[in-house]
Design a protein around this ligand. Structure first.
Ligand code: DX5
Ligand code: ZN
Length: 227
């Protein structure tokens, strides 16, 4: 019994979170059904406000529409200033995990608690220039750390190699602190970068273009899952 438990614990499979940003918005329901049927674990939803990042994506009406059809966890990545203002609304529209940017939250501890009070899992994202060390005093309060491996704002950018080092540092911080946070990576993920990220200690791989621009997205998700 104990051996079986340890086996499951040690060999917990990594998770795959396709990013809807790269989906065909004119055929969104078709793409949502594809993810429902695939081996993907989460829907990754990128919310951009044109202020925190130099791009605007989608907001509440689209998230609520996705929520009506999605049969998996909604992982909402907020690239917006003042995320505190909208925490309750994101919960109402179906978010299961709500991730805010460290760089957008002057009172990060309060923001994390507010997300958890609403019954969601709390994620914190770090831009490529932000060191892991800034999470030292909140790491035990966080469910997910989302390391940006590109500068946030756009899909289809190339992977920043310094990310591997950050994953190793974060894994070490998580283990030493007794935190249960998952390590999620976002930007430029493909089979090659994905394999190296998993070896460095990543738990969740976000993939946008690599999935949706491929000939057979269901199969591409399976290939990422089988890494
Ligand atoms: C970028 C977004 C990502 C994006 C990833 O700001 O946070 O989730 O969709 O896209 P790819 O996988 O194409 O780099
Ligand atoms: Zn994202």
């Amino acid at each position: 019994m104990i051996t079986a438990f340890l086996f499951i614990f040690v060999f917990m499979k990594h998770l795959i979170a396709p990013s809807i940003l790269a989906a065909d918005f004119a055929n969104l329901q078709r793409d949502i059904e594809m993810i429902n049927q695939s081996e993907a674990d989460w829907f990754h939803l990128d919310v951009m406000d044109g202020t925190f990042v130099p791009n605007i994506s989608f907001g509440m009406p689209v998230i609520s529409a996705i929520n009506k059809h999605a049969k998996k966890t909604l992982d909402v990545h907020l690239m917006i200033v003042n995320p505190d203002k909208f925490i309750k609304t994101f919960k109402k529209n179906g978010a299961d995990i709500l991730t805010v940017h460290y760089e957008a939250c002057p009172h990060l501890h309060r923001t994390i608690q507010a997300i958890k009070t609403e019954g969601m899992q709390a994620g914190v994202s770090l831009n490529p220039h932000t060191p892991i060390a800034v999470l030292e005093d909140v790491i035990r309060d966080i469910d997910v750390v989302l390391i940006m491996s590109v500068n946030p704002g756009f899909g289809g950018q190339s992977f920043i190699e310094n990310t591997y080092k950050k994953v190793i540092q974060l894994k070490d911080m998580i283990e030493k602190s007794g935190s249960k946070a998952l390590i999620e990576i976002d930007g430029g993920v493909n089979l090659e970068t994905g394999a190296k990220l998993l070896a460095a200690g990543a738990d969740v791989l976000v993939a946008g273009s690599f999935v949706f621009k491929s000939k057979n997205p269901i199969n591409t998700i399976k290939e990422l899952k089988d890494l």
